[in-house]
Design a protein around this ligand. Structure first.
Ligand code: OAD
Ligand code: ZN
Length: 249
């Protein structure tokens, strides 16, 4: 893999690196993206399922859809892209800031993760806010009730019209702003406020490297764009970094 000289120099000096990821990184694990021809948002109207009012109106329908998504995600495995990011912890202080709810970065072994849009494997009671990990709940296709107060249990994912979890957003934003290199992988970078994070990183002097199968909203402001599948590019990048680090010894 031929890398730009300026990027190699950044890789030599960098200590803190951030991966800002979106649905594209999980595409090769078999999970559909949101936009594009096969995108989830082409098949369902988000306002019918992915919002709080829809859940309160018809909790069982919304729960059933998420249970279906949960099963898809659970049966998928992290791909070489997720694995390469986890392996890079040998060489750098790596933080993942993800818009994905699929838990695949954690399953791949990444240790520092900010989840901007929640996690489908976690749930909470809308009444008393008790958290339930999915394995602790019986598998049901109707919305479960809280064991403490009987309230409705919902998936811990950010729905339309909802705020992002403040600690996750501000943690992700700060880490990206302080990073030496910010990789932006598999995201259309059109959903805000999440998409402010790589912009902020760039503004603060981080070197922004985009990895995507096609140009995005961010391409113009990225310092370097690598076009291709993240499951192929990231393992190659890991190999290049290994060589750079060996030369530095
Ligand atoms: P999108 O579906 O908007 O974008 C996926 C991106 O991944 C596109 O830019 C694709 O070109 C790229 N892509 C697809 N396959 C790829 C591959 N194998 N390797 C690299 N890139 C690939 O998904 P997101 O940007 O994640 O929010 O969407 C952001 C948010 O919109 C989601 O978190 C979700 C949605 O509404 C919530 O649910 C709150
Ligand atoms: Zn409760």
């Amino acid at each position: 893999m031929q890398l730009k000289k300026e990027f190699i120099e950044r890789l030599q000096k960098a200590k803190k690196i951030v991966f800002f990821t979106g649905a594209g990184i999980s595409a090769e694990s078999g999970i559909s993206t949101f936009r594009g021809v096969d995108g989830i948002w082409n098949k369902m109207k988000p306002e019918e399922l992915a919002n709080f009012d829809a859940f309160m109106r018809n909790p069982d329908l919304v729960w059933e859809w998420y249970q279906h998504r949960r099963e898809i995600v659970h049966n998928c495995q992290p791909n070489p892209g997720h694995n390469a990011i986890a392996a890079l912890e040998q060489y750098y202080d790596v933080t993942v800031v993800t818009q994905n709810i699929d838990n695949l970065h954690r399953r791949a072994g990444s240790t520092k993760i900010f989840e901007l849009h929640g996690n489908i494997e976690r749930n909470f009671c809308v009444n008393c806010h008790t958290f339930y990990n999915s394995p602790d709940l019986e598998i049901t296709y109707t919305a479960p009730k809280c064991k403490k107060c009987g309230g409705l249990v919902r998936p811990d994912v950010v729905w339309f019209g909802e705020m992002l979890p403040q600690d996750q957003y501000s943690g992700g934003e700060k880490t990206a702003a302080w990073s030496d290199i910010c990789f932006v992988v598999g995201t259309s970078a059109v959903v805000f406020p999440a998409a402010y994070i790589p912009m902020q990183a760039k503004h603060n002097g981080s070197y922004v490297v985009e990895i995507n199968i096609e140009p995005t909203e961010l391409s113009r402001s990225a310092d370097y764009s690598i076009f291709g599948k993240s499951g192929e590019i990231l393992p190659q990048l890991l190999e290049e970094i290994k060589k750079i680090k060996e030369q530095q010894l």
